[in-house]
Design a protein around this ligand. Structure first.
Ligand code: NAD
Ligand code: UGA
Length: 463
Protein backbone atom coordinates (compact mmCIF):
# COMPACT_ATOMS: atom_id res chain seq x y z
CA UNK A 1 0.00 0.00 0.00
CA UNK A 2 1.39 3.46 -0.84
CA UNK A 3 1.86 5.72 2.21
CA UNK A 4 -1.13 7.99 2.93
CA UNK A 5 -1.03 11.56 1.61
CA UNK A 6 -1.74 14.13 4.28
CA UNK A 7 -3.36 17.53 4.06
CA UNK A 8 -3.97 20.03 6.83
CA UNK A 9 -6.54 22.82 6.88
CA UNK A 10 -5.23 25.71 8.97
CA UNK A 11 -1.60 26.83 9.18
CA UNK A 12 -1.72 28.40 12.64
CA UNK A 13 -0.04 27.63 15.96
CA UNK A 14 -1.24 24.02 15.77
CA UNK A 15 -1.42 23.16 12.07
CA UNK A 16 2.01 24.51 11.12
CA UNK A 17 4.16 22.97 13.86
CA UNK A 18 2.22 19.67 14.00
CA UNK A 19 2.43 19.01 10.30
CA UNK A 20 6.08 20.10 10.15
CA UNK A 21 6.87 17.53 12.83
CA UNK A 22 4.98 14.74 11.00
CA UNK A 23 6.80 15.60 7.76
CA UNK A 24 10.19 15.75 9.48
CA UNK A 25 9.65 12.39 11.21
CA UNK A 26 8.14 10.63 8.18
CA UNK A 27 10.16 11.61 5.07
CA UNK A 28 8.17 9.19 2.88
CA UNK A 29 4.83 10.90 3.64
CA UNK A 30 3.68 13.82 1.53
CA UNK A 31 2.34 16.57 3.81
CA UNK A 32 0.54 19.65 2.45
CA UNK A 33 -0.45 22.46 4.80
CA UNK A 34 -3.09 24.86 3.54
CA UNK A 35 -4.63 28.06 4.74
CA UNK A 36 -6.94 30.62 3.18
CA UNK A 37 -4.72 33.30 4.65
CA UNK A 38 -2.18 33.80 1.87
CA UNK A 39 0.11 36.02 3.95
CA UNK A 40 0.41 33.23 6.51
CA UNK A 41 1.27 30.69 3.82
CA UNK A 42 3.86 33.06 2.36
CA UNK A 43 5.44 33.42 5.79
CA UNK A 44 5.63 29.63 6.23
CA UNK A 45 7.34 29.41 2.83
CA UNK A 46 9.62 32.40 2.94
CA UNK A 47 9.96 33.26 6.64
CA UNK A 48 10.06 34.71 9.15
CA UNK A 49 7.72 31.94 10.29
CA UNK A 50 4.34 33.27 11.44
CA UNK A 51 4.67 31.33 14.69
CA UNK A 52 7.63 31.86 17.00
CA UNK A 53 8.60 28.61 18.69
CA UNK A 54 12.08 27.61 19.83
CA UNK A 55 13.44 24.93 17.46
CA UNK A 56 10.59 25.20 14.96
CA UNK A 57 12.63 26.73 12.17
CA UNK A 58 14.99 23.72 12.15
CA UNK A 59 12.07 21.27 11.95
CA UNK A 60 10.45 23.21 9.09
CA UNK A 61 13.73 23.54 7.19
CA UNK A 62 14.32 19.80 7.46
CA UNK A 63 11.19 18.96 5.45
CA UNK A 64 10.03 22.09 3.57
CA UNK A 65 10.56 21.75 -0.18
CA UNK A 66 10.95 17.98 0.22
CA UNK A 67 7.87 16.27 1.61
CA UNK A 68 6.35 19.37 3.29
CA UNK A 69 4.53 22.02 1.28
CA UNK A 70 2.59 25.12 2.31
CA UNK A 71 -0.05 26.34 -0.14
CA UNK A 72 -3.11 28.58 -0.30
CA UNK A 73 -4.61 26.33 -2.96
CA UNK A 74 -6.83 24.57 -0.46
CA UNK A 75 -9.03 22.64 -2.88
CA UNK A 76 -6.26 20.94 -4.88
CA UNK A 77 -4.55 19.92 -1.66
CA UNK A 78 -7.79 18.42 -0.33
CA UNK A 79 -8.43 16.48 -3.51
CA UNK A 80 -5.05 14.76 -3.35
CA UNK A 81 -5.19 13.79 0.32
CA UNK A 82 -6.12 10.52 2.03
CA UNK A 83 -6.00 11.95 5.55
CA UNK A 84 -7.16 15.51 6.25
CA UNK A 85 -6.28 17.18 9.55
CA UNK A 86 -8.63 20.00 10.49
CA UNK A 87 -6.65 22.57 12.50
CA UNK A 88 -8.82 25.64 12.05
CA UNK A 89 -9.65 28.06 14.86
CA UNK A 90 -12.59 27.48 17.22
CA UNK A 91 -12.94 30.81 19.04
CA UNK A 92 -15.66 31.66 21.53
CA UNK A 93 -18.90 32.81 19.91
CA UNK A 94 -19.31 36.57 20.06
CA UNK A 95 -22.99 36.79 19.14
CA UNK A 96 -26.21 34.80 19.03
CA UNK A 97 -27.08 31.76 21.11
CA UNK A 98 -24.28 30.87 23.52
CA UNK A 99 -22.39 34.13 22.87
CA UNK A 100 -19.40 34.51 25.19
CA UNK A 101 -19.36 30.79 26.00
CA UNK A 102 -20.07 28.34 23.20
CA UNK A 103 -17.45 27.53 20.58
CA UNK A 104 -17.90 29.22 17.23
CA UNK A 105 -17.81 26.32 14.78
CA UNK A 106 -18.05 28.47 11.65
CA UNK A 107 -14.55 27.50 10.48
CA UNK A 108 -15.02 23.83 11.29
CA UNK A 109 -18.29 23.70 9.38
CA UNK A 110 -16.77 25.59 6.44
CA UNK A 111 -13.91 23.10 6.42
CA UNK A 112 -16.34 20.16 6.35
CA UNK A 113 -18.32 21.70 3.49
CA UNK A 114 -15.16 22.39 1.53
CA UNK A 115 -13.97 18.80 2.00
CA UNK A 116 -17.37 17.42 0.97
CA UNK A 117 -17.35 19.53 -2.17
CA UNK A 118 -14.06 18.23 -3.53
CA UNK A 119 -13.58 14.81 -1.94
CA UNK A 120 -13.49 11.70 -4.10
CA UNK A 121 -13.07 8.24 -2.60
CA UNK A 122 -12.24 7.34 0.98
CA UNK A 123 -11.03 10.11 3.27
CA UNK A 124 -10.14 10.15 6.92
CA UNK A 125 -10.99 13.48 8.51
CA UNK A 126 -9.10 14.17 11.71
CA UNK A 127 -10.42 16.80 14.13
CA UNK A 128 -7.34 18.36 15.66
CA UNK A 129 -9.04 21.62 16.53
CA UNK A 130 -10.50 21.72 20.02
CA UNK A 131 -14.25 21.31 19.61
CA UNK A 132 -17.34 20.61 21.72
CA UNK A 133 -18.13 16.97 22.36
CA UNK A 134 -20.23 15.43 19.56
CA UNK A 135 -18.89 17.77 16.85
CA UNK A 136 -17.78 14.70 14.89
CA UNK A 137 -21.43 13.79 14.48
CA UNK A 138 -22.21 17.21 12.96
CA UNK A 139 -19.18 16.95 10.68
CA UNK A 140 -20.19 13.52 9.46
CA UNK A 141 -23.70 14.72 8.71
CA UNK A 142 -22.37 17.66 6.69
CA UNK A 143 -19.84 15.49 4.87
CA UNK A 144 -22.22 12.65 4.06
CA UNK A 145 -25.08 14.87 2.98
CA UNK A 146 -22.98 17.10 0.71
CA UNK A 147 -20.53 14.75 -0.93
CA UNK A 148 -21.18 13.01 -4.24
CA UNK A 149 -18.30 10.54 -4.36
CA UNK A 150 -16.61 10.68 -0.99
CA UNK A 151 -16.76 8.23 1.92
CA UNK A 152 -15.64 9.45 5.32
CA UNK A 153 -14.39 8.42 8.71
CA UNK A 154 -14.16 11.25 11.22
CA UNK A 155 -11.62 10.87 14.03
CA UNK A 156 -10.84 13.03 17.03
CA UNK A 157 -7.12 13.55 17.61
CA UNK A 158 -6.89 16.59 19.91
CA UNK A 159 -3.61 18.43 20.22
CA UNK A 160 -2.01 18.89 23.65
CA UNK A 161 1.05 20.96 22.73
CA UNK A 162 1.74 24.09 24.73
CA UNK A 163 3.09 27.21 23.07
CA UNK A 164 6.73 27.97 23.72
CA UNK A 165 7.47 24.26 24.06
CA UNK A 166 5.59 23.08 20.96
CA UNK A 167 8.55 21.35 19.32
CA UNK A 168 9.52 19.42 22.44
CA UNK A 169 5.85 18.55 23.11
CA UNK A 170 5.37 17.24 19.56
CA UNK A 171 8.62 15.32 19.59
CA UNK A 172 8.02 13.71 22.94
CA UNK A 173 4.34 13.96 23.93
CA UNK A 174 2.94 12.51 27.17
CA UNK A 175 0.29 10.86 25.04
CA UNK A 176 -1.40 10.90 21.65
CA UNK A 177 -5.16 10.50 21.83
CA UNK A 178 -7.19 9.16 18.92
CA UNK A 179 -10.93 8.56 19.10
CA UNK A 180 -12.97 6.90 16.38
CA UNK A 181 -16.21 5.15 15.61
CA UNK A 182 -16.41 1.73 17.26
CA UNK A 183 -16.87 -0.07 13.92
CA UNK A 184 -14.37 -2.06 11.82
CA UNK A 185 -14.01 0.96 9.47
CA UNK A 186 -13.60 3.34 12.40
CA UNK A 187 -10.97 1.12 14.03
CA UNK A 188 -9.07 0.80 10.74
CA UNK A 189 -9.01 4.58 10.37
CA UNK A 190 -7.76 4.99 13.93
CA UNK A 191 -5.00 2.49 13.22
CA UNK A 192 -3.93 4.38 10.07
CA UNK A 193 -3.45 7.60 12.01
CA UNK A 194 -1.89 5.80 14.98
CA UNK A 195 0.65 4.24 12.62
CA UNK A 196 1.85 7.71 11.59
CA UNK A 197 2.55 8.76 15.18
CA UNK A 198 4.05 5.36 15.96
CA UNK A 199 6.96 6.25 13.66
CA UNK A 200 8.46 8.24 16.55
CA UNK A 201 6.20 7.81 19.57
CA UNK A 202 6.12 4.59 21.64
CA UNK A 203 2.89 2.65 21.10
CA UNK A 204 2.03 2.62 24.79
CA UNK A 205 1.67 6.40 24.65
CA UNK A 206 -0.89 6.24 21.84
CA UNK A 207 -4.31 5.99 23.46
CA UNK A 208 -7.38 5.06 21.48
CA UNK A 209 -10.93 5.72 22.66
CA UNK A 210 -14.40 6.26 21.32
CA UNK A 211 -15.03 9.57 19.56
CA UNK A 212 -16.83 11.34 22.37
CA UNK A 213 -14.23 10.47 25.01
CA UNK A 214 -11.46 11.90 22.84
CA UNK A 215 -13.38 15.09 22.09
CA UNK A 216 -14.32 15.61 25.74
CA UNK A 217 -10.87 14.72 27.12
CA UNK A 218 -9.32 17.71 25.41
CA UNK A 219 -11.68 20.18 27.09
CA UNK A 220 -11.28 18.40 30.40
CA UNK A 221 -7.47 18.40 30.20
CA UNK A 222 -7.40 22.16 29.71
CA UNK A 223 -10.00 22.69 32.42
CA UNK A 224 -7.96 20.65 34.93
CA UNK A 225 -4.74 22.50 34.06
CA UNK A 226 -6.37 25.92 34.34
CA UNK A 227 -8.09 24.87 37.56
CA UNK A 228 -4.71 24.25 39.19
CA UNK A 229 -3.58 27.77 38.29
CA UNK A 230 -6.76 29.35 39.62
CA UNK A 231 -6.46 27.23 42.76
CA UNK A 232 -2.92 28.38 43.51
CA UNK A 233 -3.76 31.96 42.51
CA UNK A 234 -6.65 31.99 44.98
CA UNK A 235 -4.21 30.85 47.64
CA UNK A 236 -1.75 33.60 46.59
CA UNK A 237 -4.28 36.17 47.81
CA UNK A 238 -4.57 34.38 51.13
CA UNK A 239 -0.77 34.25 51.39
CA UNK A 240 -0.52 38.00 50.88
CA UNK A 241 -3.11 38.50 53.63
CA UNK A 242 -1.47 36.17 56.13
CA UNK A 243 2.29 36.31 55.59
CA UNK A 244 2.55 32.82 54.10
CA UNK A 245 4.63 32.49 50.92
CA UNK A 246 2.80 30.92 47.96
CA UNK A 247 5.98 29.39 46.54
CA UNK A 248 6.65 27.64 49.83
CA UNK A 249 3.05 26.44 49.96
CA UNK A 250 3.24 25.19 46.35
CA UNK A 251 6.48 23.37 47.09
CA UNK A 252 4.99 21.79 50.19
CA UNK A 253 1.80 20.55 48.55
CA UNK A 254 3.50 19.64 45.26
CA UNK A 255 5.69 17.12 47.06
CA UNK A 256 2.59 15.03 47.66
CA UNK A 257 2.80 12.62 44.76
CA UNK A 258 -0.99 12.70 44.47
CA UNK A 259 -0.87 16.45 43.81
CA UNK A 260 2.45 16.76 41.95
CA UNK A 261 4.58 19.89 41.46
CA UNK A 262 3.58 21.10 37.97
CA UNK A 263 1.17 23.93 37.16
CA UNK A 264 1.33 25.36 40.66
CA UNK A 265 3.12 28.57 39.73
CA UNK A 266 1.09 31.52 41.01
CA UNK A 267 0.92 34.35 38.50
CA UNK A 268 -0.85 37.50 37.40
CA UNK A 269 -3.32 35.13 35.73
CA UNK A 270 -3.35 32.58 32.95
CA UNK A 271 -3.70 33.69 29.35
CA UNK A 272 -3.46 32.05 25.97
CA UNK A 273 -5.98 31.33 23.29
CA UNK A 274 -7.39 28.18 24.84
CA UNK A 275 -7.84 27.88 28.60
CA UNK A 276 -10.61 30.45 28.94
CA UNK A 277 -12.27 29.55 25.66
CA UNK A 278 -12.24 25.81 26.38
CA UNK A 279 -13.54 26.15 29.93
CA UNK A 280 -16.35 28.43 28.77
CA UNK A 281 -17.12 25.87 26.11
CA UNK A 282 -17.26 23.17 28.80
CA UNK A 283 -19.50 25.41 30.91
CA UNK A 284 -21.83 25.89 27.97
CA UNK A 285 -21.98 22.14 27.33
CA UNK A 286 -22.82 21.47 30.99
CA UNK A 287 -25.62 24.01 30.87
CA UNK A 288 -26.86 22.58 27.60
CA UNK A 289 -27.02 19.10 29.15
CA UNK A 290 -28.89 20.41 32.22
CA UNK A 291 -25.98 20.38 34.68
CA UNK A 292 -25.90 23.93 36.13
CA UNK A 293 -23.92 22.91 39.25
CA UNK A 294 -21.15 21.42 37.12
CA UNK A 295 -21.20 24.51 34.91
CA UNK A 296 -20.86 26.83 37.92
CA UNK A 297 -17.97 24.78 39.31
CA UNK A 298 -15.90 25.18 36.14
CA UNK A 299 -16.94 28.77 35.50
CA UNK A 300 -15.41 29.73 38.85
CA UNK A 301 -11.98 28.87 37.38
CA UNK A 302 -12.36 31.67 34.83
CA UNK A 303 -13.89 34.06 37.36
CA UNK A 304 -10.94 33.53 39.72
CA UNK A 305 -8.55 34.22 36.84
CA UNK A 306 -10.30 37.49 35.95
CA UNK A 307 -10.24 38.49 39.59
CA UNK A 308 -6.50 37.78 39.84
CA UNK A 309 -5.69 40.01 36.84
CA UNK A 310 -7.70 42.93 38.24
CA UNK A 311 -6.37 42.30 41.75
CA UNK A 312 -2.87 42.79 40.35
CA UNK A 313 -3.71 46.15 38.70
CA UNK A 314 -5.57 47.27 41.85
CA UNK A 315 -2.48 46.48 43.91
CA UNK A 316 -0.29 48.61 41.64
CA UNK A 317 -2.66 51.53 42.10
CA UNK A 318 -2.97 51.01 45.86
CA UNK A 319 0.77 50.81 46.49
CA UNK A 320 1.44 53.88 44.34
CA UNK A 321 -0.38 55.95 46.99
CA UNK A 322 -3.80 55.12 45.51
CA UNK A 323 -3.33 57.06 42.29
CA UNK A 324 -1.48 56.43 39.07
CA UNK A 325 -2.92 59.43 37.22
CA UNK A 326 -0.09 61.00 35.22
CA UNK A 327 2.38 58.38 36.47
CA UNK A 328 4.42 56.20 34.18
CA UNK A 329 4.28 52.41 34.56
CA UNK A 330 6.67 50.16 32.65
CA UNK A 331 5.20 46.80 31.65
CA UNK A 332 7.84 44.17 30.99
CA UNK A 333 6.41 41.34 28.92
CA UNK A 334 3.22 41.22 26.92
CA UNK A 335 3.07 37.67 25.51
CA UNK A 336 0.86 35.31 27.54
CA UNK A 337 3.95 33.27 28.49
CA UNK A 338 7.63 33.26 27.59
CA UNK A 339 9.03 31.92 24.31
CA UNK A 340 5.98 32.76 22.22
CA UNK A 341 4.82 35.80 20.28
CA UNK A 342 1.18 34.91 21.02
CA UNK A 343 -0.72 37.55 22.99
CA UNK A 344 -4.22 36.09 22.88
CA UNK A 345 -5.98 36.59 26.26
CA UNK A 346 -2.64 37.61 27.82
CA UNK A 347 -3.03 38.92 31.36
CA UNK A 348 -1.03 41.94 30.20
CA UNK A 349 -4.00 43.13 28.15
CA UNK A 350 -6.26 43.42 31.21
CA UNK A 351 -3.53 44.99 33.36
CA UNK A 352 -2.62 47.61 30.72
CA UNK A 353 -6.28 48.49 30.20
CA UNK A 354 -6.90 48.83 33.95
CA UNK A 355 -3.89 51.10 34.41
CA UNK A 356 -4.73 53.28 31.42
CA UNK A 357 -8.27 53.58 32.74
CA UNK A 358 -6.78 54.87 36.01
CA UNK A 359 -4.92 57.57 34.05
CA UNK A 360 -1.45 56.01 34.01
CA UNK A 361 0.95 56.24 31.07
CA UNK A 362 1.86 52.64 30.25
CA UNK A 363 5.08 51.83 28.41
CA UNK A 364 5.34 48.20 27.28
CA UNK A 365 8.38 46.23 26.28
CA UNK A 366 8.26 42.65 24.96
CA UNK A 367 11.15 40.96 23.15
CA UNK A 368 8.92 39.16 20.62
CA UNK A 369 5.67 41.08 20.25
CA UNK A 370 5.41 43.95 17.76
CA UNK A 371 4.19 47.43 18.78
CA UNK A 372 1.27 47.11 16.35
CA UNK A 373 0.10 43.92 18.00
CA UNK A 374 0.42 45.36 21.51
CA UNK A 375 -1.59 48.48 20.62
CA UNK A 376 -4.24 46.45 18.79
CA UNK A 377 -4.70 44.10 21.77
CA UNK A 378 -4.99 46.88 24.35
CA UNK A 379 -6.79 49.59 22.42
CA UNK A 380 -8.44 47.88 19.43
CA UNK A 381 -8.74 50.46 16.69
CA UNK A 382 -8.60 53.42 19.09
CA UNK A 383 -5.61 55.66 19.66
CA UNK A 384 -4.47 56.65 23.16
CA UNK A 385 -1.29 58.57 23.94
CA UNK A 386 -1.16 56.84 27.32
CA UNK A 387 0.06 53.62 25.71
CA UNK A 388 3.59 53.46 24.29
CA UNK A 389 5.88 50.62 23.27
CA UNK A 390 9.62 50.69 23.99
CA UNK A 391 12.41 48.86 22.17
CA UNK A 392 14.18 47.77 25.36
CA UNK A 393 13.38 47.13 29.00
CA UNK A 394 15.73 49.93 30.02
CA UNK A 395 13.94 52.40 27.77
CA UNK A 396 10.52 51.31 29.09
CA UNK A 397 11.60 51.78 32.69
CA UNK A 398 13.32 55.14 32.23
CA UNK A 399 11.49 57.74 34.29
CA UNK A 400 8.85 55.22 35.43
CA UNK A 401 7.22 55.28 38.86
CA UNK A 402 6.68 51.55 38.79
CA UNK A 403 7.66 48.43 36.84
CA UNK A 404 5.30 45.47 36.36
CA UNK A 405 6.76 42.16 35.17
CA UNK A 406 3.97 40.32 33.36
CA UNK A 407 5.77 37.67 31.26
CA UNK A 408 8.55 35.44 32.56
CA UNK A 409 11.04 36.08 29.70
CA UNK A 410 14.53 34.82 30.64
CA UNK A 411 15.91 38.14 29.38
CA UNK A 412 14.35 39.94 32.34
CA UNK A 413 16.42 37.91 34.79
CA UNK A 414 19.63 39.31 33.29
CA UNK A 415 18.66 43.00 33.30
CA UNK A 416 20.81 45.55 35.11
CA UNK A 417 18.24 46.48 37.75
CA UNK A 418 20.58 48.89 39.51
CA UNK A 419 20.71 50.93 36.32
CA UNK A 420 16.93 50.61 35.96
CA UNK A 421 16.47 51.82 39.55
CA UNK A 422 18.79 54.78 38.98
CA UNK A 423 16.67 55.93 36.02
CA UNK A 424 13.29 55.63 37.81
CA UNK A 425 11.20 58.02 39.91
CA UNK A 426 11.57 57.40 43.64
CA UNK A 427 10.38 55.49 45.47
CA UNK A 428 10.83 52.96 42.66
CA UNK A 429 8.13 50.26 42.77
CA UNK A 430 8.46 46.81 41.26
CA UNK A 431 5.50 44.45 40.89
CA UNK A 432 6.59 40.96 39.96
CA UNK A 433 3.57 39.25 38.40
CA UNK A 434 5.59 36.11 37.73
CA UNK A 435 7.74 35.77 40.84
CA UNK A 436 10.66 35.79 38.45
CA UNK A 437 13.19 38.14 40.01
CA UNK A 438 15.45 38.00 43.11
CA UNK A 439 13.31 40.12 45.39
CA UNK A 440 15.79 40.49 48.25
CA UNK A 441 18.52 41.84 45.91
CA UNK A 442 16.05 44.26 44.42
CA UNK A 443 15.05 45.49 47.88
CA UNK A 444 18.71 46.04 48.71
CA UNK A 445 19.00 48.17 45.57
CA UNK A 446 16.17 50.34 46.92
CA UNK A 447 13.13 48.94 45.08
CA UNK A 448 9.81 48.59 46.85
CA UNK A 449 8.97 45.06 45.74
CA UNK A 450 5.54 43.44 45.59
CA UNK A 451 5.14 39.91 44.31
CA UNK A 452 2.35 37.40 43.86
CA UNK A 453 1.49 35.56 47.07
CA UNK A 454 4.46 36.93 49.00
CA UNK A 455 4.51 39.04 52.13
CA UNK A 456 5.60 42.62 51.20
CA UNK A 457 8.45 42.40 53.69
CA UNK A 458 9.69 38.93 54.66
CA UNK A 459 8.73 38.26 58.29
CA UNK A 460 11.68 37.26 60.43
CA UNK A 461 10.03 36.65 63.76
CA UNK A 462 6.47 36.01 64.87
CA UNK A 463 4.89 39.03 66.48
P1 NAD B 1 -4.93 29.86 14.57
O1 NAD B 1 -5.97 30.90 14.56
O2 NAD B 1 -3.49 30.23 14.84
O3 NAD B 1 -4.94 29.07 13.17
C1 NAD B 1 -6.10 28.65 12.51
C2 NAD B 1 -5.88 28.86 11.01
O4 NAD B 1 -6.94 28.22 10.28
C3 NAD B 1 -5.89 30.32 10.55
O5 NAD B 1 -4.66 30.64 9.95
C4 NAD B 1 -7.07 30.41 9.54
O6 NAD B 1 -6.81 31.27 8.46
C5 NAD B 1 -7.17 28.96 9.10
N1 NAD B 1 -8.46 28.56 8.52
C6 NAD B 1 -9.70 28.81 8.99
N2 NAD B 1 -10.61 28.23 8.20
C7 NAD B 1 -9.95 27.58 7.21
C8 NAD B 1 -10.35 26.78 6.10
N3 NAD B 1 -11.64 26.50 5.86
N4 NAD B 1 -9.40 26.30 5.28
C9 NAD B 1 -8.09 26.58 5.52
N5 NAD B 1 -7.65 27.31 6.57
C10 NAD B 1 -8.57 27.81 7.41
O7 NAD B 1 -5.41 28.77 15.63
P2 NAD B 1 -4.51 27.74 16.46
O8 NAD B 1 -3.94 28.41 17.67
O9 NAD B 1 -3.61 27.02 15.54
O10 NAD B 1 -5.64 26.75 16.99
C11 NAD B 1 -6.34 25.89 16.12
C12 NAD B 1 -7.16 24.91 16.94
O11 NAD B 1 -6.28 24.12 17.75
C13 NAD B 1 -8.13 25.57 17.92
O12 NAD B 1 -9.29 24.78 18.00
C14 NAD B 1 -7.40 25.53 19.25
O13 NAD B 1 -8.28 25.49 20.33
C15 NAD B 1 -6.63 24.23 19.14
N6 NAD B 1 -5.39 24.18 19.93
C16 NAD B 1 -4.56 25.26 19.96
C17 NAD B 1 -3.36 25.17 20.67
C18 NAD B 1 -2.40 26.33 20.75
O14 NAD B 1 -1.42 26.22 21.46
N7 NAD B 1 -2.63 27.43 20.05
C19 NAD B 1 -3.01 23.97 21.31
C20 NAD B 1 -3.88 22.89 21.24
C21 NAD B 1 -5.07 23.00 20.53
C1 UGA C 1 -2.24 24.98 27.20
C2 UGA C 1 -2.01 23.52 27.64
O1 UGA C 1 -0.89 23.49 28.52
C3 UGA C 1 -1.77 22.62 26.43
O2 UGA C 1 -1.68 21.26 26.86
C4 UGA C 1 -2.94 22.77 25.44
O3 UGA C 1 -2.71 22.00 24.29
C5 UGA C 1 -3.08 24.23 25.06
O4 UGA C 1 -3.30 25.02 26.24
C6 UGA C 1 -4.24 24.48 24.15
O5 UGA C 1 -5.19 23.72 24.11
O6 UGA C 1 -4.15 25.53 23.51
P1 UGA C 1 -0.68 26.97 26.45
O7 UGA C 1 -1.89 27.80 26.70
O8 UGA C 1 0.04 27.13 25.18
O9 UGA C 1 -1.03 25.43 26.60
O10 UGA C 1 0.41 27.25 27.61
P2 UGA C 1 0.49 26.83 29.16
O11 UGA C 1 1.88 26.48 29.46
O12 UGA C 1 -0.54 25.86 29.53
O13 UGA C 1 0.20 28.21 29.89
C7 UGA C 1 -1.09 28.81 29.86
C8 UGA C 1 -1.11 30.00 30.78
O14 UGA C 1 -1.04 29.60 32.14
C9 UGA C 1 0.07 30.97 30.57
O15 UGA C 1 -0.38 32.29 30.68
C10 UGA C 1 1.00 30.61 31.72
O16 UGA C 1 1.83 31.67 32.07
C11 UGA C 1 0.00 30.28 32.82
N1 UGA C 1 0.54 29.40 33.87
C12 UGA C 1 0.94 28.14 33.57
C13 UGA C 1 0.59 29.86 35.17
O17 UGA C 1 0.21 31.02 35.47
N2 UGA C 1 1.06 29.02 36.15
C14 UGA C 1 1.47 27.75 35.88
O18 UGA C 1 1.88 27.03 36.83
C15 UGA C 1 1.40 27.30 34.55
Amino acid sequence: MPPPRICCLGAGYVGGPTMAMIAAKCPDLEVIVTDMNEARIRAWNEGPLPVYEPGLEEVVKKARGKNLRFTADVKSALQAADIIFVCVGTPTKTHGVGAGRAADLTYVEAAARMIAEVAEGAKIIVEKSTIPVRTASAMLTILRSNSKNGTFQVLSNPEFLAEGTAVADLENPDRILIGGEQTPEGRAAVEKVAAIYARWIPRDRILTTNLWSAELSKLVANAFLAQRISSINSISALCEATGADVEEVARAIGRDSRIGPKFLKASVGFGGSCFQKDILNLVYLCEHFGLPEVAAFWESVVKMNDWQKHRFSARVVRELFSTVRGKSIAVLGFAFKKDTNDTRESAAIAVCRDLIKEGARVVVYDPRVSPTQICAEVLGSEKNPNLAVATSALEACHGAHGVAVLTEWDEFKTLDFQKIHDGMQKPAFLFDGRNLLPHENLREMGFKVFAIGKPPVPSAAVS
